[in-house]
Design a protein around this ligand. Sequence first.
Ligand code: PGA
Length: 251
Amino acid sequence: MHRRPLIAGNWKMHLTLTEAVNLARTVATSASACPDRDVMVAPASTALAAVCNAVADTPLLVGAQNVAWEKEGAFTGEISPIMLTDLGVNMALVGHSERRQIFGEDDAMINRRLRGALHFGIRPVLCIGETLAEREDGRTFAVLESQVRQGLHEVSIEQMAETVLAYEPVWAIGTGKTATTEQAQEVHGFLRRLLAAIYEKTLADKTRILYGGSVKPDNIDALMAQPDIDGALVGGAALKAESFDRIVQFR
Ligand code: PGA
C-alpha cells in the first residue's frame, strides 16, 4: 500500500514574522524539489497569514498549531477554523502533547477541535503519545488506544480519510531521545491495526501515521524505512532550513 509521505515542521512558539517568512520560502524550495512527498509547516498563528501569502504558489502546505471548534463566538484567545481557511490554511495540529500537558486539553476537547476542523474543511493531524511513566508502567498501548478512540469519537470513515495521525512519545519530544526505530514501528503497527478495528482495513492502510519526537537528519532515513512510518512531525530540527531540508529529502 502506497502512502504519500508527509514531513511536517511544528515551529511551536518560535520565529518572528520575518524569520518565519524567510524560513517558509526556503522550505518551499525544498518541497518543490521533492514532488513525491507532502511538506507542511505549522508557524505560530501570528505568522500564518504572511507565510500563506509567501508560499501561495508553491507546493508547501501551511498548517495551524491548533484550531477551535466553532466558526465564531466568545472564545478569547482561540482561532476558528474558518479564520484559518480564510488565510489558505488547510491543515491543523490537534492534541499536541504540549497542549495536553501545559494547557490541560483533554481528549474530549481534542475531539471537539478535530471534528470542528473536519467540519470546516481543515485536515487535522491528531497527535497522541504516552509519557515516560506510562511506558515504564507497561501502559503504552492502553494509553494510545484510549487517546485514539476518544480523539476519533464520532469521526466518520470519510472524515478519517482526511485525518493524519502523529505518534509522539512525550518522553522523546525535545529531549534528544528518539524512540528506537523498532519501538516506533511497533507502535505504528499497533495503531494501524487499531484503525482497522475501529474503521476498516482499507482505511487503515491508507491513513498516514507520522512519527514525532527528536526527529533529526541522522535518524530520519531509518525511521522512514519502517513499513508503518509514513512521515515525521519535527519540532527543533524544523527551525533550521538546513536540517529540515535534509529531513524533507529523506531517502
Ligand atoms: P522535537 O518536537 O522534534 O523538538 O522533539 C516534536 C514535536 O513536538 O512535534
